[in-house]
Ligand binder design. Structure first.
Ligand code: BMA
Length: 348
């Protein structure tokens, strides 16, 4: 005979398990810039279509990347390739494949300086002119934003599920190395540029998530409060942003670990507080240790850091340049670092 008490107990247990599963956080996603178009010792940069996809992460682990980063710098000039020679046609093709596999894509934009025509690192101030509708620089920017939005719209339309595309606008503005950085103009001008770009993307029907990501924080005193104030000062606003993150790199080999962790904590604490207060998602939008000069960086430095911030939804490391031997952030195959990376990904 069936014991009613036991059935009830079993049902309760099932319910508890189901509740647990619902509450369980989804896995933190790991991404790599340009993952599928080149790696340290290979490149697929021709315009042609490839029958299959090659991926740095897949080469190392047998798994497809959760997230791929691409940069659209160059689209503003109607170039056929981005600033790192990736054909925009290949980008579209690989985004389609990534979405088909259920993965995500994050786009950044290393746009040229609209005043001088120089690259993103030409810090000739131009922000005030950009947002002044009576200037030629404003007109130039209008065209550039239109071109960027038209391209992003093509990618957004390929999504198979909502939330597969993240557009990260005007990143690392807290640094002084880009023309939209902290020395280029006021926070208000920066915010105006951000909103303008986002509004235009809306206008052409782009459906995507938008990420805001400062880098080093140096405006105010080096305290949790100072870091928070600076992160909040340039924040474009709740209607414009879905994800709040930060970019933070490890420099100086093993000796640089302490400094990296110090900055990462400052920046992530500030981003996490802002995200919580505004009901936004959290991400480590760019990180990495160039050429993995700190041994076992993935398991001994990055993994423990990420574990302290379980709300981080994704982390992205920068590109493995096929033509710059020391410019890589994922390990080369068959090295001790490759093993370390595999362990990291298993434990993430
Ligand atoms: C930088 C470097 C450059 C590259 C730029 C845009 O961090 O990787 O070589 O051109 O990003 O991808």
């Amino acid at each position: 005979m069936v014991n009613v008490k036991m059935v009830n107990k079993a049902l309760l247990l099932l319910l508890a398990c189901a509740l647990c599963a619902c509450q369980q956080k989804s896995k933190m996603l790991f991404g790599h810039q340009d993952d599928v178009v080149y790696g340290s010792d290979w490149q697929r940069l021709s315009d042609s279509t490839y029958a299959d996809t090659r991926s740095c992460i897949h080469d190392l682990t047998g798994q497809w990347p959760d997230l791929i980063g691409f940069d659209i710098g160059g689209i503003e000039l109607n170039h056929s390739r981005n600033l790192d020679s990736v054909p925009f046609s290949r980008m579209i093709e690989e985004c389609a494949r990534q979405f088909e596999r259920g993965g995500k894509v994050t786009l950044s934009w290393h746009a040229r300086n609209p005043l001088t025509g120089g690259n993103s690192w030409d810090t000739t101030p131009c922000l005030a002119q950009i947002i002044d509708p009576d200037t030629d620089v404003h007109d130039t920017m209008q065209v550039w934003v239109e071109r960027a939005a038209a391209f992003v719209a093509q990618i957004a339309a390929l999504q198979k599920q909502p939330d597969q595309l993240i557009v990260r606008l005007w990143h690392e503005q807290s640094g002084n190395w880009f023309w939209w950085g902290r020395e280029a103009g006021s926070a208000d001008d920066y915010i105006a540029l951000w909103r303008w770009t986002r509004n235009y993307m809306n206008l052409v029907g782009v459906k995507a998530l938008y990420a805001y990501s400062p880098d080093k924080l140096t405006l105010y005193e080096d305290t949790p409060e100072g870091a928070y104030r600076e992160t909040a000062e340039w924040y474009p606003g709740d209607e414009y942003v879905d994800i709040i993150g930060t970019d933070c790199y490890h420099h100086g080999g093993a000796e640089g670990t302490e400094d990296y962790l110090y900055r990462a904590h400052r920046q992530l604490d500030a981003a996490a507080r802002l995200a919580k207060e505004h009901g936004k998602r959290l991400a480590l939008t760019e990180t990495g240790c160039e050429a993995l000069r700190c041994p076992n960086w993935y398991t001994t430095v990055l993994l423990p850091l990420l574990r302290e911030y379980p709300d981080i939804e994704y982390v992205l490391v920068w590109r493995n340049a096929w033509d710059i031997p020391t410019h890589y952030f994922l390990p080369q195959s068959n090295t001790a670092e490759a093993e370390d990376f595999k362990q990291f990904l298993k434990q993430l």
